[in-house]
Design a protein around this ligand. Structure first.
Ligand code: GAP
Length: 442
Protein backbone atom coordinates (compact mmCIF):
# COMPACT_ATOMS: atom_id res chain seq x y z
CA UNK A 1 0.00 0.00 0.00
CA UNK A 2 1.39 3.43 -0.86
CA UNK A 3 1.84 5.99 1.90
CA UNK A 4 -1.10 8.17 0.86
CA UNK A 5 -3.51 5.24 0.71
CA UNK A 6 -2.21 4.00 4.06
CA UNK A 7 -2.74 7.41 5.64
CA UNK A 8 -6.27 7.74 4.34
CA UNK A 9 -6.88 4.27 5.59
CA UNK A 10 -5.64 5.20 9.06
CA UNK A 11 -7.92 8.25 9.24
CA UNK A 12 -10.88 6.15 8.06
CA UNK A 13 -10.11 3.55 10.72
CA UNK A 14 -9.85 6.17 13.44
CA UNK A 15 -13.10 7.89 12.41
CA UNK A 16 -14.89 4.57 12.32
CA UNK A 17 -13.50 3.37 15.65
CA UNK A 18 -14.38 6.74 17.22
CA UNK A 19 -18.00 6.37 16.17
CA UNK A 20 -18.41 2.66 16.84
CA UNK A 21 -16.95 2.82 20.33
CA UNK A 22 -18.56 6.06 21.51
CA UNK A 23 -15.71 8.55 21.23
CA UNK A 24 -17.01 10.91 18.53
CA UNK A 25 -20.20 11.08 16.46
CA UNK A 26 -20.95 13.33 13.48
CA UNK A 27 -22.81 16.46 14.66
CA UNK A 28 -26.62 16.55 14.13
CA UNK A 29 -26.37 13.16 12.44
CA UNK A 30 -30.08 12.25 12.44
CA UNK A 31 -30.80 15.40 10.43
CA UNK A 32 -28.13 14.67 7.85
CA UNK A 33 -25.37 16.38 9.83
CA UNK A 34 -24.06 19.93 10.15
CA UNK A 35 -20.74 20.48 8.40
CA UNK A 36 -17.79 21.16 10.66
CA UNK A 37 -19.42 19.93 13.87
CA UNK A 38 -18.84 16.75 15.88
CA UNK A 39 -20.29 15.43 19.13
CA UNK A 40 -18.19 13.71 21.77
CA UNK A 41 -19.71 10.47 23.08
CA UNK A 42 -19.38 8.75 26.49
CA UNK A 43 -15.76 7.65 26.00
CA UNK A 44 -14.77 10.75 24.04
CA UNK A 45 -15.89 13.11 26.75
CA UNK A 46 -13.77 11.21 29.31
CA UNK A 47 -10.66 11.34 27.13
CA UNK A 48 -11.24 15.00 26.34
CA UNK A 49 -11.85 15.88 30.00
CA UNK A 50 -8.68 14.01 30.96
CA UNK A 51 -6.66 16.06 28.47
CA UNK A 52 -8.10 19.29 29.85
CA UNK A 53 -7.62 18.17 33.46
CA UNK A 54 -3.98 17.29 32.87
CA UNK A 55 -3.37 20.63 31.14
CA UNK A 56 -5.06 22.59 33.94
CA UNK A 57 -3.09 20.71 36.61
CA UNK A 58 0.18 21.34 34.82
CA UNK A 59 -0.20 24.94 33.70
CA UNK A 60 -2.56 26.46 36.28
CA UNK A 61 -2.78 24.50 39.54
CA UNK A 62 0.82 23.34 39.38
CA UNK A 63 2.27 26.86 39.00
CA UNK A 64 2.25 29.92 41.23
CA UNK A 65 2.48 32.37 38.34
CA UNK A 66 -0.55 31.39 36.25
CA UNK A 67 -4.15 32.32 37.16
CA UNK A 68 -7.11 30.45 35.70
CA UNK A 69 -10.29 32.14 34.48
CA UNK A 70 -13.42 31.07 32.66
CA UNK A 71 -14.80 34.02 30.71
CA UNK A 72 -17.99 34.49 28.67
CA UNK A 73 -18.15 33.34 25.07
CA UNK A 74 -20.31 36.34 24.22
CA UNK A 75 -18.54 39.65 24.67
CA UNK A 76 -19.29 43.25 23.83
CA UNK A 77 -18.77 43.67 20.07
CA UNK A 78 -16.25 46.44 20.81
CA UNK A 79 -13.85 43.71 21.96
CA UNK A 80 -13.63 42.45 18.38
CA UNK A 81 -13.12 45.89 16.98
CA UNK A 82 -10.28 46.57 19.42
CA UNK A 83 -8.69 43.15 18.92
CA UNK A 84 -8.59 43.69 15.17
CA UNK A 85 -10.68 40.60 14.45
CA UNK A 86 -13.48 42.52 12.74
CA UNK A 87 -11.02 43.85 10.21
CA UNK A 88 -8.37 41.15 10.03
CA UNK A 89 -9.88 37.78 10.91
CA UNK A 90 -10.55 37.00 7.28
CA UNK A 91 -9.65 34.25 4.87
CA UNK A 92 -9.56 34.67 1.08
CA UNK A 93 -12.34 32.62 -0.50
CA UNK A 94 -12.88 31.49 -4.09
CA UNK A 95 -15.87 29.69 -5.65
CA UNK A 96 -15.74 27.30 -8.57
CA UNK A 97 -18.28 28.73 -11.04
CA UNK A 98 -18.88 25.27 -12.54
CA UNK A 99 -19.54 22.99 -9.53
CA UNK A 100 -20.05 25.74 -6.90
CA UNK A 101 -17.47 24.23 -4.53
CA UNK A 102 -15.89 26.80 -2.23
CA UNK A 103 -12.22 26.91 -1.21
CA UNK A 104 -9.73 28.93 0.74
CA UNK A 105 -7.73 30.62 -1.98
CA UNK A 106 -4.50 30.20 -0.01
CA UNK A 107 -5.01 26.43 0.39
CA UNK A 108 -5.39 25.44 -3.27
CA UNK A 109 -3.41 26.05 -6.44
CA UNK A 110 -5.97 27.95 -8.53
CA UNK A 111 -3.80 27.60 -11.64
CA UNK A 112 -4.41 23.82 -11.49
CA UNK A 113 -8.22 24.13 -11.57
CA UNK A 114 -10.94 23.08 -9.17
CA UNK A 115 -9.93 20.19 -6.85
CA UNK A 116 -13.52 18.88 -7.14
CA UNK A 117 -14.35 19.08 -10.87
CA UNK A 118 -11.05 20.06 -12.48
CA UNK A 119 -12.47 23.10 -14.32
CA UNK A 120 -10.43 26.31 -14.23
CA UNK A 121 -13.17 28.87 -13.65
CA UNK A 122 -12.98 30.55 -10.26
CA UNK A 123 -14.53 33.74 -8.92
CA UNK A 124 -11.92 36.33 -7.87
CA UNK A 125 -10.82 35.86 -4.24
CA UNK A 126 -13.07 37.61 -1.71
CA UNK A 127 -12.36 38.28 1.95
CA UNK A 128 -14.56 36.34 4.30
CA UNK A 129 -14.75 37.14 8.03
CA UNK A 130 -14.77 33.90 9.98
CA UNK A 131 -16.56 35.15 13.08
CA UNK A 132 -20.11 33.91 13.68
CA UNK A 133 -22.43 36.87 14.08
CA UNK A 134 -25.31 36.77 16.53
CA UNK A 135 -27.71 39.13 18.30
CA UNK A 136 -28.04 39.75 22.00
CA UNK A 137 -31.67 40.23 23.04
CA UNK A 138 -34.82 40.11 20.93
CA UNK A 139 -34.06 42.91 18.47
CA UNK A 140 -31.88 42.03 15.52
CA UNK A 141 -30.25 45.37 14.81
CA UNK A 142 -26.65 46.53 14.61
CA UNK A 143 -26.73 47.79 18.21
CA UNK A 144 -27.40 44.26 19.50
CA UNK A 145 -24.93 42.54 17.16
CA UNK A 146 -22.04 40.55 18.54
CA UNK A 147 -19.92 37.51 17.71
CA UNK A 148 -19.16 34.11 19.12
CA UNK A 149 -15.54 34.34 20.20
CA UNK A 150 -13.04 32.97 17.64
CA UNK A 151 -10.35 32.67 20.36
CA UNK A 152 -10.50 32.48 24.15
CA UNK A 153 -7.60 34.94 24.42
CA UNK A 154 -9.66 38.15 24.40
CA UNK A 155 -11.56 37.09 27.53
CA UNK A 156 -8.19 37.12 29.30
CA UNK A 157 -7.02 40.46 27.91
CA UNK A 158 -10.22 42.26 28.89
CA UNK A 159 -9.88 40.84 32.42
CA UNK A 160 -6.21 41.76 32.79
CA UNK A 161 -7.05 44.66 35.09
CA UNK A 162 -9.48 42.57 37.15
CA UNK A 163 -6.84 39.90 37.69
CA UNK A 164 -4.14 42.36 38.75
CA UNK A 165 -6.54 44.21 41.05
CA UNK A 166 -7.82 41.04 42.72
CA UNK A 167 -4.76 38.76 42.73
CA UNK A 168 -1.87 41.30 42.80
CA UNK A 169 0.54 39.21 40.70
CA UNK A 170 4.06 40.32 39.86
CA UNK A 171 5.54 40.06 36.36
CA UNK A 172 6.04 37.65 34.77
CA UNK A 173 2.62 36.03 35.24
CA UNK A 174 -0.03 34.39 33.11
CA UNK A 175 -3.78 34.14 32.75
CA UNK A 176 -5.10 30.87 31.38
CA UNK A 177 -8.40 29.42 30.28
CA UNK A 178 -9.98 26.48 28.55
CA UNK A 179 -13.09 27.02 26.50
CA UNK A 180 -15.01 26.92 23.27
CA UNK A 181 -14.13 28.98 20.23
CA UNK A 182 -16.10 29.30 17.01
CA UNK A 183 -14.92 29.95 13.48
CA UNK A 184 -16.98 29.87 10.33
CA UNK A 185 -14.25 27.96 8.50
CA UNK A 186 -14.61 27.98 4.72
CA UNK A 187 -13.46 24.40 4.43
CA UNK A 188 -13.73 22.42 7.65
CA UNK A 189 -12.40 18.90 7.34
CA UNK A 190 -10.10 16.07 8.33
CA UNK A 191 -12.45 14.91 11.09
CA UNK A 192 -11.98 17.02 14.25
CA UNK A 193 -8.86 18.74 12.87
CA UNK A 194 -10.65 21.75 11.41
CA UNK A 195 -14.14 22.32 12.77
CA UNK A 196 -16.43 25.30 13.22
CA UNK A 197 -16.83 24.80 16.96
CA UNK A 198 -13.83 23.65 18.97
CA UNK A 199 -12.02 24.09 22.25
CA UNK A 200 -8.82 25.91 23.06
CA UNK A 201 -6.50 25.86 26.06
CA UNK A 202 -4.68 29.19 26.06
CA UNK A 203 -2.21 31.07 28.23
CA UNK A 204 -1.48 34.76 28.01
CA UNK A 205 1.88 35.13 29.73
CA UNK A 206 2.73 38.78 30.54
CA UNK A 207 6.37 39.81 30.64
CA UNK A 208 8.58 42.88 30.58
CA UNK A 209 9.52 43.99 27.06
CA UNK A 210 13.17 43.09 27.65
CA UNK A 211 12.27 39.50 28.61
CA UNK A 212 10.05 38.36 25.78
CA UNK A 213 12.65 36.33 23.87
CA UNK A 214 13.67 34.38 26.95
CA UNK A 215 10.09 33.49 27.87
CA UNK A 216 9.21 32.65 24.29
CA UNK A 217 11.90 29.96 24.28
CA UNK A 218 10.91 28.73 27.75
CA UNK A 219 7.25 28.33 26.78
CA UNK A 220 8.12 26.65 23.52
CA UNK A 221 10.03 24.05 25.52
CA UNK A 222 7.13 23.73 27.97
CA UNK A 223 4.78 23.03 25.09
CA UNK A 224 6.98 20.17 23.89
CA UNK A 225 7.20 18.80 27.44
CA UNK A 226 3.42 18.88 27.71
CA UNK A 227 2.95 17.01 24.42
CA UNK A 228 5.44 14.38 25.52
CA UNK A 229 3.70 14.02 28.90
CA UNK A 230 0.52 12.88 27.16
CA UNK A 231 2.31 10.62 24.74
CA UNK A 232 2.32 12.84 21.64
CA UNK A 233 5.56 12.64 19.68
CA UNK A 234 6.61 13.65 16.16
CA UNK A 235 6.20 17.40 16.61
CA UNK A 236 8.08 19.83 14.39
CA UNK A 237 8.59 23.54 15.07
CA UNK A 238 7.83 25.78 12.14
CA UNK A 239 8.78 29.45 12.15
CA UNK A 240 5.75 31.16 10.63
CA UNK A 241 6.80 33.66 7.93
CA UNK A 242 5.69 37.32 8.06
CA UNK A 243 2.97 37.02 5.46
CA UNK A 244 1.28 34.09 7.25
CA UNK A 245 1.32 35.51 10.77
CA UNK A 246 -1.82 36.78 12.48
CA UNK A 247 -2.19 40.58 12.59
CA UNK A 248 -1.23 40.75 16.29
CA UNK A 249 1.94 38.67 16.16
CA UNK A 250 5.55 39.70 15.83
CA UNK A 251 6.81 36.13 16.01
CA UNK A 252 4.93 32.84 15.74
CA UNK A 253 6.17 29.28 15.88
CA UNK A 254 3.70 26.56 14.95
CA UNK A 255 4.16 23.13 16.48
CA UNK A 256 3.20 20.87 13.60
CA UNK A 257 2.27 17.23 14.11
CA UNK A 258 2.58 14.40 11.63
CA UNK A 259 -1.14 13.82 11.04
CA UNK A 260 -2.05 11.08 8.52
CA UNK A 261 -3.07 13.85 6.08
CA UNK A 262 0.25 15.67 6.41
CA UNK A 263 2.27 17.83 8.79
CA UNK A 264 -0.20 20.38 10.13
CA UNK A 265 -0.49 22.80 13.03
CA UNK A 266 -1.20 21.17 16.35
CA UNK A 267 -0.31 24.14 18.58
CA UNK A 268 1.17 27.60 18.22
CA UNK A 269 3.12 30.11 20.24
CA UNK A 270 2.99 33.80 19.43
CA UNK A 271 4.62 36.99 20.67
CA UNK A 272 1.58 39.31 20.64
CA UNK A 273 3.65 42.29 21.87
CA UNK A 274 1.42 44.83 23.72
CA UNK A 275 -0.97 44.91 20.78
CA UNK A 276 -4.10 43.65 22.56
CA UNK A 277 -3.80 45.40 25.93
CA UNK A 278 -2.81 48.68 24.29
CA UNK A 279 -5.71 48.54 21.91
CA UNK A 280 -8.21 47.70 24.69
CA UNK A 281 -6.83 50.55 26.81
CA UNK A 282 -7.25 52.97 23.91
CA UNK A 283 -10.69 51.81 22.81
CA UNK A 284 -12.20 51.39 26.29
CA UNK A 285 -10.56 54.43 27.84
CA UNK A 286 -9.76 52.30 30.91
CA UNK A 287 -6.32 52.51 32.48
CA UNK A 288 -4.88 49.00 31.89
CA UNK A 289 -1.39 49.63 33.21
CA UNK A 290 0.75 47.36 35.34
CA UNK A 291 2.47 49.04 38.28
CA UNK A 292 5.97 47.83 39.02
CA UNK A 293 6.59 48.33 42.74
CA UNK A 294 10.37 48.06 42.40
CA UNK A 295 10.92 50.57 39.62
CA UNK A 296 7.76 52.61 40.42
CA UNK A 297 6.93 52.50 36.73
CA UNK A 298 3.52 52.02 35.13
CA UNK A 299 3.45 50.29 31.76
CA UNK A 300 1.63 47.85 29.52
CA UNK A 301 3.43 44.50 29.60
CA UNK A 302 4.19 42.36 26.54
CA UNK A 303 2.60 38.96 26.12
CA UNK A 304 3.67 35.50 25.00
CA UNK A 305 0.77 33.26 24.02
CA UNK A 306 1.10 29.48 24.02
CA UNK A 307 -2.11 28.13 22.49
CA UNK A 308 -3.31 24.52 22.39
CA UNK A 309 -6.31 23.09 20.53
CA UNK A 310 -8.13 20.50 22.64
CA UNK A 311 -9.64 18.68 19.68
CA UNK A 312 -6.35 18.55 17.78
CA UNK A 313 -4.70 17.18 20.92
CA UNK A 314 -7.41 14.52 21.02
CA UNK A 315 -6.84 13.63 17.36
CA UNK A 316 -3.05 13.56 17.74
CA UNK A 317 -3.41 11.31 20.80
CA UNK A 318 -5.56 8.89 18.79
CA UNK A 319 -3.18 8.92 15.81
CA UNK A 320 -0.14 8.44 18.02
CA UNK A 321 -1.62 5.63 20.04
CA UNK A 322 -3.39 3.63 17.32
CA UNK A 323 -1.74 0.25 16.69
CA UNK A 324 -2.73 -2.97 15.01
CA UNK A 325 -1.42 -6.34 16.07
CA UNK A 326 -1.99 -10.00 15.15
CA UNK A 327 -2.21 -9.08 11.47
CA UNK A 328 -4.83 -6.40 12.12
CA UNK A 329 -7.07 -8.59 14.27
CA UNK A 330 -6.18 -6.75 17.46
CA UNK A 331 -6.50 -2.96 17.56
CA UNK A 332 -4.92 -1.23 20.52
CA UNK A 333 -5.04 2.41 21.58
CA UNK A 334 -1.79 2.75 23.51
CA UNK A 335 -2.89 5.90 25.30
CA UNK A 336 -0.97 6.96 28.41
CA UNK A 337 -3.11 5.58 31.29
CA UNK A 338 -3.68 9.02 32.77
CA UNK A 339 -5.71 10.10 29.74
CA UNK A 340 -7.35 6.74 28.91
CA UNK A 341 -11.12 7.11 29.23
CA UNK A 342 -11.44 3.91 31.25
CA UNK A 343 -8.63 2.91 33.56
CA UNK A 344 -9.64 -0.64 34.44
CA UNK A 345 -12.22 -3.19 33.36
CA UNK A 346 -13.45 -5.88 35.71
CA UNK A 347 -14.59 -9.29 34.42
CA UNK A 348 -15.99 -12.40 36.08
CA UNK A 349 -14.28 -15.29 34.25
CA UNK A 350 -17.67 -16.86 33.53
CA UNK A 351 -20.88 -14.85 33.43
CA UNK A 352 -23.06 -17.80 34.43
CA UNK A 353 -21.31 -18.69 37.72
CA UNK A 354 -23.09 -16.80 40.43
CA UNK A 355 -20.27 -16.93 42.98
CA UNK A 356 -17.78 -15.50 40.45
CA UNK A 357 -20.17 -12.75 39.42
CA UNK A 358 -20.93 -11.80 43.03
CA UNK A 359 -17.24 -11.63 43.92
CA UNK A 360 -16.44 -9.66 40.74
CA UNK A 361 -19.21 -7.18 41.53
CA UNK A 362 -17.67 -6.64 44.95
CA UNK A 363 -14.23 -5.95 43.44
CA UNK A 364 -15.82 -3.65 40.86
CA UNK A 365 -17.79 -1.70 43.49
CA UNK A 366 -14.81 -1.29 45.78
CA UNK A 367 -12.60 0.01 42.95
CA UNK A 368 -15.33 2.38 41.88
CA UNK A 369 -15.94 3.68 45.38
CA UNK A 370 -12.33 4.19 46.28
CA UNK A 371 -10.96 5.67 43.07
CA UNK A 372 -13.54 7.31 40.92
CA UNK A 373 -14.32 10.35 43.02
CA UNK A 374 -10.90 11.88 43.29
CA UNK A 375 -8.96 10.91 40.19
CA UNK A 376 -11.44 10.22 37.44
CA UNK A 377 -10.55 6.56 37.71
CA UNK A 378 -13.33 5.05 35.68
CA UNK A 379 -13.95 1.33 35.99
CA UNK A 380 -15.92 -0.69 33.44
CA UNK A 381 -17.81 -3.92 33.91
CA UNK A 382 -17.94 -6.54 31.17
CA UNK A 383 -19.32 -10.06 31.29
CA UNK A 384 -20.16 -10.58 27.62
CA UNK A 385 -18.55 -13.20 25.40
CA UNK A 386 -15.28 -14.86 26.30
CA UNK A 387 -12.32 -13.31 28.08
CA UNK A 388 -10.29 -12.98 24.88
CA UNK A 389 -13.02 -10.91 23.24
CA UNK A 390 -13.36 -8.73 26.32
CA UNK A 391 -9.61 -8.05 26.31
CA UNK A 392 -9.75 -7.04 22.65
CA UNK A 393 -12.75 -4.80 23.23
CA UNK A 394 -10.90 -2.98 26.03
CA UNK A 395 -7.67 -2.76 24.02
CA UNK A 396 -9.53 -0.97 21.26
CA UNK A 397 -10.61 1.83 23.61
CA UNK A 398 -7.25 2.07 25.37
CA UNK A 399 -8.12 0.56 28.78
CA UNK A 400 -4.72 -0.09 30.37
CA UNK A 401 -5.74 -2.84 32.80
CA UNK A 402 -8.22 -5.72 32.84
CA UNK A 403 -9.00 -7.44 36.14
CA UNK A 404 -10.37 -10.99 36.00
CA UNK A 405 -12.05 -12.75 38.88
CA UNK A 406 -11.62 -16.53 38.51
CA UNK A 407 -11.97 -19.65 40.65
CA UNK A 408 -8.67 -19.04 42.39
CA UNK A 409 -10.02 -15.65 43.55
CA UNK A 410 -12.64 -17.49 45.59
CA UNK A 411 -9.88 -19.42 47.35
CA UNK A 412 -7.11 -16.87 47.97
CA UNK A 413 -8.63 -13.45 47.18
CA UNK A 414 -6.24 -12.75 44.29
CA UNK A 415 -7.18 -11.63 40.78
CA UNK A 416 -5.33 -11.47 37.48
CA UNK A 417 -4.41 -8.05 36.16
CA UNK A 418 -3.65 -8.03 32.47
CA UNK A 419 -1.59 -5.19 31.03
CA UNK A 420 -2.78 -3.73 27.72
CA UNK A 421 0.68 -3.06 26.26
CA UNK A 422 2.52 -6.21 27.26
CA UNK A 423 -0.55 -8.51 27.37
CA UNK A 424 1.13 -10.04 30.46
CA UNK A 425 -0.91 -11.13 33.44
CA UNK A 426 0.00 -10.76 37.09
CA UNK A 427 -1.72 -12.19 40.15
CA UNK A 428 -2.50 -9.46 42.63
CA UNK A 429 -4.31 -9.62 45.92
CA UNK A 430 -7.65 -7.77 45.89
CA UNK A 431 -6.50 -5.67 48.83
CA UNK A 432 -3.49 -4.40 46.89
CA UNK A 433 -5.35 -3.45 43.74
CA UNK A 434 -5.90 0.21 44.56
CA UNK A 435 -2.26 0.71 45.44
CA UNK A 436 -1.22 -1.17 42.31
CA UNK A 437 -3.18 1.21 40.07
CA UNK A 438 -2.28 4.34 42.02
CA UNK A 439 1.44 3.63 41.60
CA UNK A 440 1.08 3.06 37.87
CA UNK A 441 -0.95 6.22 37.34
CA UNK A 442 1.60 8.49 38.99
N1 GAP B 1 -5.37 32.87 20.37
C1 GAP B 1 -4.56 32.44 19.28
C2 GAP B 1 -5.23 31.57 18.34
O1 GAP B 1 -6.44 31.40 18.42
P1 GAP B 1 -4.83 29.96 16.32
O2 GAP B 1 -3.55 29.39 15.78
O3 GAP B 1 -5.76 30.59 15.34
O4 GAP B 1 -4.40 30.98 17.44
C3 GAP B 1 -5.02 28.21 18.21
O5 GAP B 1 -5.61 28.83 17.10
C4 GAP B 1 -5.20 26.71 18.18
O6 GAP B 1 -6.59 26.39 18.11
C5 GAP B 1 -4.59 26.03 16.98
O7 GAP B 1 -3.21 25.76 17.19
C6 GAP B 1 -5.40 24.75 16.88
O8 GAP B 1 -4.92 23.79 17.80
C7 GAP B 1 -6.77 25.21 17.36
N2 GAP B 1 -7.66 25.50 16.21
C8 GAP B 1 -7.68 26.62 15.47
N3 GAP B 1 -8.64 26.55 14.54
C9 GAP B 1 -9.26 25.36 14.69
C10 GAP B 1 -10.35 24.70 14.03
N4 GAP B 1 -11.04 25.28 13.04
N5 GAP B 1 -10.70 23.46 14.45
C11 GAP B 1 -10.06 22.87 15.48
N6 GAP B 1 -9.03 23.45 16.14
C12 GAP B 1 -8.63 24.67 15.76
Amino acid sequence: MNKEAGSKNLMDKIVSLAKRRGFIYPGSEIYGGLAGTWDYGPLGVELKNNIKKEWWKRFVQGRDDVFGVDTAILMNAKVWEASGHLKNFVDPMVDCRKCKARFRADKIDVSKGCPECGIKDFTPPRSFNMMFKTFVGPVEDTASETYLRPETAQGMFINFKNVIDSMHPKLPFGIAQIGKAFRNEITPGNFIFRTREFEQMEIEYFVKASDWKKYFEEWLKEMHNWAESIGISKIYDREVPDEERAHYSERTVDLDFDFPFGKEELYGIAYRTDFDLKSHAEKSGVDILYYDEETKERFIPRVIEPTFGVDRTFLAALVNSYAEEDGGKRVVLKLPPKISPIKAAVFPLLANKENLVTKARRVYDSLKDSMVHDSGFIVAWDDRGNIGKRYYAQDEIGTPWCVTIDFQTLEDDTVTVRDRDTAKQERISVQELIQYFSERLK
